[in-house]
Write a protein that binds this ligand. Structure first.
Ligand code: EPU
Length: 458
């Protein structure tokens, strides 16, 4: 292992980049056909929660297929602050939580990575106490955690709020949560994951009803099972967990990222390019593949984990409403909006999962799109052509969607807001360059007064 292997993309690096005046941008020269193959990385949202789940285990765990992302670096920072040893070697993380020493997650990191709140469940299960700052909202919505907290209370935890910190503990001397019946008002991914982790070490049986069914929930359950947890029903709306006294060491591989794969499918569809990608788990992409077909682009499987984009003659208008899995994923809403800007007709996209996840509409309109917002719906009248423009990604998926739009736009698009993009897409410029896209990352300070609406060779 060389010294670089140990270095995880840290939050410090990310903060420097996002706050600096020369924060980088990506310049994209559009209208290039793409060809070739793209490799899909491990799923960010699985990796984040599986890392939190390692706290449950008093032996060491090896987690493979971890994407190298700013958010993963932040989760590793949280674990380290709790006394967990985290060592990286390529896409493998060795995590040793045997001598976890703190029950308090640092505000500085939790405020930047909402998912780090999810450590509350495993901390409480393992130590009988957890102190985790309220994560607060983010660009896409207020993102409350009431369902996590009510569920933990149903498992016997006392929870109170003190100076912005959620303080949870198990009363009594034995410090073990008690199994219980939990009905979630909404199938929240994070609440399901928090409660499933908490219940693995509880005394007795827990049933979570109206649970989230996302593939990342199932991945977490499989990881916990690999450590000896007794969980059934994950991936359906009812999960049953029979608590065990302790969990053991394991070696576990994270599933491929369905949202990264979906984003590359959209890059193929919008540029009408027959690119292929792997590995994917096609069942995880069912709503994405179905909507692509309605929009005139087929996805053909070549073997069980490799897909090829088969572009149609025309991009067709579609209607989308985001929903919890197996409905259409909110994390693909912005990318599909990019596609519909160029469709032959009017599309309607309605966001129902997050209350503020349509900020990219204004950015697409800067590129010549014709989108009107009415409440939480966007009516997109297809235009024949997008024109490259300076645009800003307002959240992670919005940034990816603008990049996708830039691939199809006439001239140069300059994408700002890369601190969002880098949270969720590993090596995205390298992956897209390798299939023929023209794009490069430069410090914004190096942008000169439109000297070059010209392609460069990268
Ligand atoms: N909600 C509540 N109360 C709660 C919890 C959630 O009202 O206690 C609401 C939220 O405000 C939101 C809705 O329920 O309106 C859905 O939130 P959910 O809890 O399901 O989402 P999450 O766990 O916070 C994860 C992903 C998101 C993804 C959503 C939905 C991780 C780390 N994040 O968030 O990923 O959009 O599920 O699928 O797993 C992304 O990757 O870009 C991203 C935002």
């Amino acid at each position: 292992m060389n010294s670089e292997d140990n270095v995880i993309n840290t939050s410090l690096q990310a903060d420097k980049l996002s706050s600096s005046e020369s924060a980088p941008v990506i310049e994209i020269w559009g209208k290039r056909p793409l060809s070739g193959h793209i490799s899909v990385s491990g799923a960010k949202n699985s990796a984040l929660v599986v890392l939190a789940g390692t706290i449950l285990c008093s032996q060491d765990c090896r987690i493979r297929n971890i994407p190298n992302l700013v958010d993963i670096g932040r989760m590793a920072d949280v674990l380290t602050a709790l006394g967990v040893k985290v060592t990286r070697n390529g896409d493998t993380l060795d995590v040793d939580a045997s001598s976890i020493s703190h029950s308090r997650a640092p505000y500085e990191i939790v405020s930047k990575l909402r998912a780090s709140f999810f450590v509350i469940g495993p901390l409480l299960a393992r130590l009988g106490v957890a102190r985790v700052p309220l994560p607060g909202g983010c660009a896409i919505g207020a993102r409350p955690v009431a369902l996590h907290i009510r569920g933990l209370q149903a498992l016997g935890a006392e929870v109170h709020m003190d100076h912005g910190i959620v303080h949870a503990y198990v009363p009594g001397t034995r410090g073990r949560l008690k199994g219980g019946k939990i009905y979630l008002d909404y199938p929240s991914v994070g609440a399901t994951e928090t409660l499933m982790m908490a219940a693995t070490l509880a005394e007795g049986e827990t049933v979570i009803e109206n649970a989230a069914q996302e593939p990342e929930v199932l991945d977490l359950a499989n990881f916990c099972r690999a450590m000896g947890a007794r969980i059934r029903g994950a991936g359906t709306n009812t999960i049953t967990i029979v608590g065990v006294p302790s969990l053991h060491s394991t070696d576990y591989g994270i599933i491929p990222d369905r949202i990264e794969a979906g984003t590359f499918m959209l890059a193929g569809a919008i540029t009408k390019s027959p690119i292929s990608l792997s590995p994917i788990i096609p069942e995880h992409l069912t709503p994405i593949i179905a909507k692509l077909a309605e929009a005139g682009t087929r996805v053909e499987m070549e073997g069980h984990s490799r897909a090829r984009i088969v572009p149609g003659e025309k991009l067709l208008p579609i209607e989308i409403e985001t929903r919890p899995h197996p409905g259409f994923p909110t994390d693909m809403q912005a990318q599909f909006m990019a596609l519909t800007t160029l469709a032959n007709g009017d599309s309607v996209i309605t966001e129902t999962v997050f209350e503020n996840r349509l900020q990219h509409v204004a950015e697409f309109n800067r590129m010549g799109a014709n989108i009107r917002l009415t409440g939480n719906s966007a009516v997109i009248r297809g235009v024949p052509q997008l024109s490259g423009a300076p645009v800003t990604g307002t959240d992670l998926r919005a940034a990816a969607a603008l990049l996708v739009a830039g691939l199809a736009a006439e001239g140069k698009t300059t994408l700002h807001g890369l601190h969002h993009l880098d949270r969720g897409y590993e090596n995205i410029e390298a992956k897209l360059s390798a299939v023929g896209a023209r794009l490069r990352r430069v410090p914004s300070s190096s942008l000169v007064a439109d000297s070059a609406n010209q392609p460069v060779v990268v």
